[in-house]
Design a protein around this ligand. Structure first.
Ligand code: TXA
Ligand code: MG
Length: 334
């Protein structure tokens, strides 16, 4: 593995590798992505292997410009999907992924065999430069082993997948820090399959129609439920719990990591060691920092990570969604 600072030369190197069927890691504004040619089934297979991702979990296809969406999705002229896309256009490039019918030019493997496809236009200049230089749509899931916390800087990727990838391009810390909002445009009502920084209110107001979260409604017809919504996902290796899931005796002689938002730190009686990370910015800043905080705590050989809750509104809804998954390990599954 070689880690390259983003530069015209490293962007060219990465683009050439992609055209030759290799998989590289590139920065995006949300999280770092493991990118390969979305038109090449061998590249797609490599992505699944490197992540150890279940083959039923489809990938997101990244394109550089709005018009390209229509190359890789089948959108009928004058259809509700087309009208919705035009109303969403101003969110791109940015942290929004839409689900549409897959065009036959894309291998079905990119969609895990399904007939829909997830597409987005990333905002990070390095991702856009690689997309233009390689002239391919890029399949790019988050660059983490399946189920683990997403990477928001090149070092996270190096640590998690360095042995499995040839090229990592370092474009600095991701400015959004949480994965894109996944919005299904298929079916009667647009529906958010994965919450992100763009929330239902912003999307509803752009679309001029109600947008629901998946939990509020049924999976829309023709869409597969997002496997990224499996209850355990985005988890650190260290067992993680919400503060209110634990009692004092759970801390006895334990090495404890505590991730809180603006609260004062409660008494953790009898711990062998206590490590505190306090995120006290606005929720956009907290979203940007939360994965780095979890990665950091997970590196400290702790016995448990304790996280606090915040009211799940706006950007905090996406943060709480990820924390719910991080704490949903098997012993607490109902
Ligand atoms: O911000 C992001 O979206 C990042 C960056 C790298 O672009 N990518 C990312 O990809 O988070 P990934 O593969 O880790 O998550 C994609 C999510 C998964 O939850 C997957 O199940 C869902 O999108 N998804 C992909 N295709 C889908 C489809 N056709 N129908 C429903 N859900 C889909
Ligand atoms: Mg992911």
């Amino acid at each position: 593995m070689t880690l390259y600072k983003a530069s015209p030369e490293s962007i060219e190197l990465a683009s050439r590798a992609i055209r030759e069927g290799d998989v590289i890691c590139m920065p995006t504004e949300t999280v770092y992505g493991l990118a390969g040619d979305a038109l090449n089934p061998a590249s797609i297979e490599k992505i699944y292997n490197i992540k150890n991702r279940p083959l039923n979990n489809p990938l997101i296809v990244h394109v550089p410009v709005f018009e390209d969406i229509f190359k890789y999705a089948s959108v009928t002229a004058d259809s509700p999907e087309q009208h919705r896309l035009l109303k969403l256009r101003h969110f791109w490039p940015g942290p929004l992924t839409v689900i549409l019918k897959r065009s036959p030019v894309l291998p079905s493997m990119v969609s895990a065999g399904g007939d829909t496809v997830a597409i987005r236009i990333p905002r990070h200049p390095v991702a856009l430069a690689i997309l233009s230089a390689c002239r391919r749509p890029l399949a790019a899931p988050s660059a983490n082993p399946s189920g683990y916390i997403s990477p928001t800087c090149a070092e996270h990727v190096e640590r998690m997948l360095g042995e499995k990838i040839g090229i990592i391009i370092d474009g600095g810390p991701s400015e959004v820090g949480l994965e894109s909002t996944v919005l299904s445009l298929i079916g009667e009502k647009p529906c958010i399959l994965r919450p992100g920084l763009l929330d239902a209110a912003q999307l509803s107001s752009a679309l001029g129609e109600e947008v629901q979260y998946l939990s509020d409604s049924q999976t829309p017809a023709g869409t597969m439920p997002s496997p990224g919504l499996l209850s355990q996902h985005y988890s650190p290796r260290t067992p993680a719990f919400f503060y209110d899931q634990l009692k004092d005796s759970d801390y006895t002689d334990k090495r404890v990591g505590y991730l809180c938002f603006d609260q004062s730190v409660p008494m953790f009686k009898g711990t062998a060691h206590l490590e505190v990370i306090r995120l006290s910015g606005d929720n956009q800043q907290n979203a940007r920092e939360i994965y780095a905080a979890l990665h950091k705590l997970d590196q400290m050989s702790l016995d448990l990570i304790v996280v606090d809750k915040i009211p799940a509104v706006g950007a905090a809804l996406a943060i709480m969604d990820r924390l719910n998954r991080a704490t949903a390990h098997s012993s607490h599954k109902s």
